[in-house]
Design a protein around this ligand. Structure first.
Ligand code: C2G
Length: 140
């Protein structure tokens, strides 16, 4: 069994996430997603909409995902790769070069991001929608 691993926050799942999960799975036949815990995400300066448990439940419902494990720190990747006998590490090219230290342990792949979509963009646009609605109510 050829195992693949990827890491991320995966908040407010969108087509960019689905694209990288599908393409990561194509490198093997078992995909592990190391999902950033709420604490680790806060350390990345991000505030998630969904909790770790909610984000885990959503990921586990995606057909490309075989297993979800917690990402609690930056230093766990080599251990994750070795312990799970992972063949391929996949992540978006916004991280290009950052994880080359994994090369002695597994293939390291940086994939193009999906343009035009991000969790930040979704939050911003939903916020604008909510404000516009509130304003209309105030004028009604
Ligand atoms: N992604 C993508 N296209 C987008 C948005 C995200 O391909 N439009 C990819 C990212 O490149 C990443 C994955 O989706 O590979 C998850 O993205 P995030 O949830 O933003 O994760 P990130 O904050 O990059 O965390 O240790 C690594 C970190 O945990 C990665």
């Amino acid at each position: 069994m050829k195992k693949v691993i990827t890491y991320g926050t995966f908040d407010l799942i969108h087509r960019g996430h689905i694209n990288i999960l599908r393409r990561a799975k194509d490198f093997g036949d078992y995909l592990i997603v190391a999902l950033s815990t709420d604490e680790f995400t806060a350390g990345k300066g991000k505030q998630t909409y969904y909790t770790y448990e909610e984000r885990k439940q959503i990921l586990e419902a995606i057909k490309y995902v075989d297993e979800v494990i917690p990402e609690t720190c930056w230093e766990q990747k080599i251990d994750d790769v070795v312990r799970n006998q992972v063949s391929v590490f996949v992540i978006g090219e916004d991280w290009r070069g950052r994880f080359d230290f994994l090369a002695p342990y597994c293939k390291v792949v940086y994939l193009p991001r999906t343009e035009g979509i991000s969790t930040t963009q979704i939050k911003t646009e939903l916020g604008a929608l909510a404000s516009a609605k509130k304003k209309r109510r105030g004028q009604a």
